[in-house]
Write a protein that binds this ligand. Sequence first.
Ligand code: ZN
Length: 178
Amino acid sequence: MIEDMNSAGSHIAFPEETTLDERDERYLRKAIVWSHAARRRGNRPFGSLIVSADGEVLAEAGNSNAETGDCTAHAEVNALRALAGRGLTREELASATLYASGEPCVMCAGAIFWSNIGRVVYGIDAERLRVFRGERQDQRDAELSCRDVFRASPHPIECIGPALLHEASAAHDGAWAS
Ligand SMILES: [Zn+2]
C-alpha cells in the first residue's frame, strides 16, 4: 500500500479537500489575502476574517507575532480581539463565521469557543502545515486538532476545511525555512 511520505519518511494521512460554496470561497480568499499581508510584514503567514450571517465583515486581521513580539497574536485571536466593544449579541456571534487561512491552532480554537462564534471555515490543514514547518522543534504546533476542541464545546461549532488548498498553501511556500 502506497501512502504519502514526508521527507523524514514517516507516513502522513492528509485530510481531503472540501469544496466550498461561492460565498465561503469569497471570504476565505480574503483571509488568504491577509496571510500574504502578514508575511510581507515579517510575520507568520496567517490571516482571518469574521463575517456576520448577513455577510458583513465584522473583523479581519493577519498574524502579528513578529511585529508585536506577542506569541498569542495569531490572526484568529487578532480578529476576535477586534470584535471587542462592537456590542454583538451572543446570537449574532453564534450565527457568524470565522474564516482562517490555516487550520486554527489549539489556542485559537479555544478563543473561538469563548467567542461563541458558531462556524469556522479554514484553508490549509494542520497536517499539510507541518510539512511546510518541517521538523524544527521551535516551529512545531500542539497536535490537538481544532475539531477535538470544538467537539468538547457545549454549544455547536461547525467546522469546514481544508479548502482552497492550492491558494491557502501559497503563502507558506518558503516561509518557514529560517
Ligand atoms: Zn492560533
